[in-house]
Design a protein around this ligand. Structure first.
Ligand code: 5GP
Length: 203
């Protein structure tokens, strides 16, 4: 007799306030762990220099986004800092069924909505070391004007209040330390018994 073990993929939700460096942590995880597939969201915002359609996002217009809403094509969706973003349901389902782990990099509104509806997920909230550090980061990355930065900081204060809704939290002060903490979470979660489906085969 032999045992065949099928492993089920995990849905990893990484979220947190704007400017905490979650994008960098997500990239490092994708670069280092081939068991993960990145869920490429759709967005109505314009591509930034260097961003590739179908890799970073599917860049779509409002009409296409509305069509997807009507067709109930989103696992979750949210308007973030004035632009619309959504996670395509079909893509995530297909990847999970194929045994891949799927990584979602989504904002806290989208994360909370998923955590209310789904049972099987792993959620990680990325925190800045402090609000003053977050302010400095938002200024130094130089992508937003001062009014927008203050808006993001106000949002961050509210978003942090929901931290207990997530299963894990990582403070991103030292990037290497934060990444190793994220890897520890992921590695432990991969070994959950619920992800293993053993089948005993007759010889
Ligand atoms: P950016 O436009 O800077 O790439 O992303 C802005 C914010 O939108 C980030 O917090 C990012 O995590 C979030 N985001 C990206 N894709 C999605 C998505 O499909 N759904 C939700 N709710 N947020 C998303």
């Amino acid at each position: 007799m032999g045992v065949v073990i099928k492993q089920l993929g995990m849905l990893l939700i990484i979220s947190g306030p704007s400017g905490t460096g979650k994008g960098t942590l997500v990239r490092k995880l994708m670069d280092s762990d081939p068991s993960f597939a990145f869920s490429c969201s759709v967005t109505t915002r314009a591509a930034r220099p260097g961003e590739i359609d179908g890799v970073h996002y599917h860049f779509i217009d409002d009409a296409e986004y509305d069509r997807m809403l009507v067709e109930d094509a989103f696992l979750e969706h949210a308007t973030v800092h004035g632009h619309r973003y959504g996670t395509p349901k079909k893509q995530v389902d297909t990847l999970l069924k194929s045994g891949k782990n799927v990584l979602l990099d989504i904002d806290p509104q989208g994360a909370l909505s998923l955590m209310c509806r789904l049972k099987d997920y792993v959620s990680v909230f990325i925190l800045p070391p402090s609000f003053s550090a977050l302010r400095v980061r938002l200024h130094t990355r130089n992508t937003d004007d001062p009014v927008e930065i203050e808006r993001r900081l106000r949002n961050a204060r509210l978003e942090v209040l929901n931290i207990a809704r997530y299963q894990y939290a990582v403070i991103n002060d030292d990037l290497d330390l934060a990444f190793s903490q994220l890897q520890s979470i992921v590695n432990a979660e991969k070994q959950r018994t619920t992800r293993f489906i053993p089948t005993i085969m007759e010889d």
